[in-house]
Design a protein around this ligand. Sequence first.
Ligand code: CP
Ligand code: NVA
Length: 306
Amino acid sequence: MAIKHYLQFKDLTRAEYEYLFERSRVIKDRFKRYETYHPLVDRTLAMIFEKSSTRTRLSFEAGMHQLGGAAIYLNTRDTQLGRGEPVEDAAEVISRMVDIVMIRTFEQEIVERFASRSRVPVINGLTNEYHPCQILADIFTFIEHRGCIQGKTVAWIGDSNNMCNTWLQAAEVLDFNVHVSTPPGYEVEPERAGLYGTDHFESFADPMEAVKGADLVTTDVWTSMGFEAENEERLKAFADWQVDGDMMRAAKAEALFMHCLPAHRGEEVAAEVIDGKQSVVWDEAENRLHTQKALMEYLLLGRIND
Ligand code: CP
Ligand code: NVA
C-alpha cells in the first residue's frame, strides 16, 4: 500500500471521510462498552511537539495505547530538532524506527518536508496554517448531534487562523458553506488556506450578519501559538468579535456552538455561550480520541470490514 499522509484536510476524499466517520462511530461504541480492540499491536507512534498541547497529546497517546500500540513523546526542547538538526534528517531517522508520526509545529512547510522524507504516514497535529485532526473531530461531532453536514452553514467568527483555513477546506471537500467574519486586516487568504475556489465561503464585515441562518457557530483564540507578540493589538482589533448570547440568538434556534479549546472566556467567547446549552465543546474534545484512532487505523491498515 502506498504511504498516505494526513497533512491538510483536502488530503482525503469525501468517500474516505464518510468511511472515517462511520469507523469513528464503531471505535467509539466499542470503547464505551469497554471492548478491547488491538489492531495496532507492535506499532509505534512518534509524536513530535514544537508547540504546547493538552488534547492532541493525550488523544494520540491514549488512542495508540487503546489500539494496542505504543506512543513516544518528543519535543523540541529535549531533541536535536531544537538544536538545528535538519527536519529531513530527523524524518529519515525517526521513520526508520516507528510506524507512524504526528507532528505539531510552526510552518506547514515543515510537516511537508518531513513527510517528503518519511517512510511512514505523517499526521499534521497543528501547524500555523492548518489543524485537520480538530476539524475531523468537529465534523464527526456535528454529525452525531445534527446528522449530515452537506448543505449546512457554519459561521466562523474571529481570526482567519489554522482552524478557519481548515473549516474552509472541509467545506470544499464535504460540500457545506462557511460564513466568515474577521476584523479588517485579518481576512481569509484563499491561497494560504489552500482553497480550490471561493464558492463555499462568504465574508461578512459584521459578525451578526455572518451568524444569521447558521447551523453551527464556531470561533477560536484571538492569538494563536506562535503569534504571542501580537497579543495586545489583537485584543483591541477583535473586541467586537466575541461570540456572545446575542450572536447565538441571531443564528438558527438549534445552532450548535464549537470551540477547539483552550478557550478564553470573556475574549473570543462569552461564558454564557461556551458553558451554555448549545455548546458541544466537551464532545468535540472527546471525539479527538475516537476520530484519530480511526485515522491511525486507516493510515496503517487501510479499510477494515468488521
Ligand atoms: N484543540 C487542541 O488541539 O488542543 P491542544 O492544543 O490542547 O492539543
Ligand atoms: N488556533 C489555535 C488552536 C489551538 C488548538 C493555535 O494555533 O494556537
